[in-house]
Design a protein around this ligand. Structure first.
Ligand SMILES: CCCCCCCCCCCC/C=C/CC(=O)SCCNC(=O)CCNC(=O)[C@H](O)C(C)(C)COP(=O)(O)OP(=O)(O)OC[C@H]1O[C@@H](n2cnc3c(N)ncnc32)[C@H](O)[C@@H]1OP(=O)(O)O
Length: 281
């Protein structure tokens, strides 16, 4: 459900950005005191794999940004070549039952909070963004990406299935036939392909430029009534949000059942092994 927090139109004091969250966490939130825009940075080396702890910090940070009435949220990564490698496969491979439940429930929370955020959202995609990384990026309203990286929902390549709400975010950005083919193929788009197909909105040559373009997008709403804006967004996104809200328990059950299938476990094991082999070469 879209949060009701509305950013104020009162101009901010002129000063440099200030940190709201500390670096001990896997995310940091920095508010620009001039623009009032919050930059939420993922920082879980080596690849920003979305494990339970990173998802928990992401969820708390989004909440913090909403509560502090920021003008907007920019999601990015501290890693210079990876936005996020998607879900940490180790959470799903030979999983602990209780942790697996908490992991998926927190992922649901993050998606509901980000896709349904009341504030304008943008992703500065400063590196590769497969699967769960693409989910985060497409949950935002605007995407700026650096050249020569890749983005997409590659689940079928891992022998897994993107849940419906992953598809909802993807479909909110791409034309249906492009989304359908890409999902079935597990296609990863290069930056150029992503731009051509509308999966991203702009290309930037540096992270700084990407952040500036995201800020410009968020700034484009400065003359729009924030309540009218957020209620409009809420109506546009309500169907997908309610669908997951109403089916959270079934979605969790399906996930747990699916992940525990021997064929899925075998596929994940092989995929992990190949990733490790590749990283050693
Ligand atoms: C009827 C219908 C039913 C429907 C039911 C639905 C049920 C739900 C099903 C379940 C759905 C689950 C959805 C999952 C979505 C996901 O997000 S899955 C994750 C997908 N991610 C990937 O495929 C990315 C894999 N990684 C890479 O491609 C590369 O690592 C990279 C491009 C991100 C970075 O490359 P590079 O910089 O060269 O680093 P590497 O050397 O490859 O990696 C370093 C290090 O990290 C490990 N690693 C990489 N990614 C992951 C990951 N996602 N999880 C865990 N670990 C990862 C990699 O193995 C290396 O480790 P070592 O250093 O070797 O230890």
């Amino acid at each position: 459900m879209l949060r009701s927090t509305i950013s104020s139109l009162v101009p901010r004091a002129t000063s440099v950005a200030r940190h709201m969250s500390n670096a001990a966490k896997l995310t940091t939130v920095e508010i620009n005191d001039v623009t009032g825009i919050a930059t939420l940075t993922m920082n879980r080396p080596p690849v920003n794999g979305l494990n339970l702890e990173l998802l928990t910090d992401l969820n708390n940070s989004i909440q913090e940004i909403e509560d502090n009435k920021s003008r907007g949220l920019i999601l990015t990564s501290s890693n210079p070549t990876i936005f996020s490698a998607g879900l940490d496969i180790l959470e799903m491979y030979k999983p602990d039952k209780e942790r697996l439940k908490a992991f998926w429930t927190t992922l649901q929370d993050v998606w509901l909070a980000l896709y349904g955020s009341a504030v304008p959202t943008a992703a500065a995609i400063n590196g590769h963004s497969p699967a769960g990384g693409c989910l985060l990026a497409t949950s935002c309203e605007y995407r700026v990406m650096l050249p020569k990286f890749t983005i997409g929902l590659n689940e079928t390549k891992l022998g897994i299935v993107a849940p419906k709400w992953f598809m909802s975010s993807f479909l909110s950005v791409l034309p249906r036939r492009v989304a359908e083919r890409a999902l079935n193929q597990g296609r990863m788009f290069t930056t150029d392909e992503a731009l051509r197909n509308g999966l991203i909105d702009e290309v930037a040559n540096s992270k700084e430029e990407a952040l500036a373009k995201c800020a410009e997008f968020i700034g484009s709403f400065s003359k729009v009534n924030p309540l009218a804006r957020s209620l409009t967004k809420q109506q546009l996104r309500a169907a997908e949000l309610s669908e997951l809200e109403n089916e959270r328990a079934q979605d969790l059950e399906k996930f747990i059942f699916f992940v525990n299938q021997p064929a899925v476990q075998k596929g994940l094991g092989i995929y992990l092994e190949n990733l490790k082999k590749k990283s050693k070469n």
